[in-house]
Write a protein that binds this ligand. Structure first.
Ligand SMILES: [Mg+2]
Length: 282
């Protein structure tokens, strides 16, 4: 069966990727399918949780949606500029504003170098960035809500963290009690940050990359809900016609209206507000 012609097969392929690239429905009445694995060895692969193939998808951002990064960001700025940067500044100002306000003249003359090091620390391409992950904290109530959603929906974590952070991220999600089984973790590639680092001004913006990944997910899965803390992504989610688009308010940076103006269907200030909404993720 040609998976391009069948949404049914696309869903199956998505559910069991990356192990299988071609899928055929088996006449076997048990919950197994015939498949061709990526190593080109034909075989039979059993899907234990058949229902996963037919579950609707829910996309969840990680940083500052599920995990509070404020303490880590405060430490990273201190490391980068080798001085105390007030936490309030880190939480309210953007990258450029912080640098312009707190960098020394000497540091300002090496702006490109600092721009690169900032991202290397943040994305754990620099070892000091890994160490500071211990400062992350889970958002209250988020793990309980996701455990509830995971019973009815397929959770897809979509994060701007890069592939080199995959095992660190899975470990962290597990440590904070977020569901891992039957979920998918979609990440950026380190090269997606070439433009942000000032290495390739013609490269894609981070919004472009998020849009590409989100579009791909929506092609392979019936996504019914998305939650993210950055208002600038909501035009993408609206364009993809994801029905339930939740802005997770970062009150130190944005106002609720900014999410709504860009395409959010609702805005929440806490995961506690989502505790009774499990039934909507069907
Ligand atoms: Mg975020």
């Amino acid at each position: 069966m040609n998976k391009e012609k069948s949404g049914f097969c696309r869903k199956i392929s998505w559910a069991i990727s990356p192990w299988v690239e071609e899928v055929q429905i088996s006449p076997d009445p048990s919950l197994s399918i015939g498949a061709l694995a990526t190593n080109n060895k034909p075989g039979i692969y059993c899907i234990k949780h058949w229902a996963d193939c037919f579950m609707n998808g829910v996309i969840i951002d990680i940083d500052d949606t599920l995990i509070d990064t404020a303490r880590r960001m405060h430490e990273l700025w201190g490391l980068l500029l080798d001085r105390e940067v007030p936490r309030e500044a880190v939480e309210t100002m953007n990258l450029e504003q912080i640098f312009m306000k707190f960098a020394t003249k000497k540091q300002m003359s090496r702006v490109k170098e600092f721009q690169k090091r900032y991202w290397d620390l943040l994305l754990c391409l620099d070892e000091a960035g890994v160490e500071s992950l211990k400062l992350h904290e889970p958002m209250p109530y988020a793990a309980d809500v996701l455990q509830g959603w995971s019973k009815k929906s397929r959770l897809i974590y979509l994060t701007g963290r890069t592939e080199n952070m995959r095992s660190l991220t899975l470990h962290e999600l597990k440590r904070f009690g977020f569901p891992i089984a039957n979920t998918k973790l979609v990440m950026f590639q380190p090269e997606d940050y070439a433009r942000a680092k000032g290495e390739d001004p013609s490269g894609p913006t981070l919004v472009d990359v998020k849009s590409k990944l989100c579009t791909e997910i929506c092609k392979n899965s019936e996504v019914v809900r998305i939650i993210d803390d950055y208002p600038g992504y909501f035009a993408i989610f609206q364009q993809l016609e994801i029905p339930d688009r939740i802005g997770f308010l970062r009150p130190t940076r944005y106002q609720a209206q900014q999410y709504l103006d860009r395409g959010a269907t609702r805005v929440v200030e806490s995961w506690e507000e989502l505790q009774d909404n499990e039934s909507r993720a069907t």
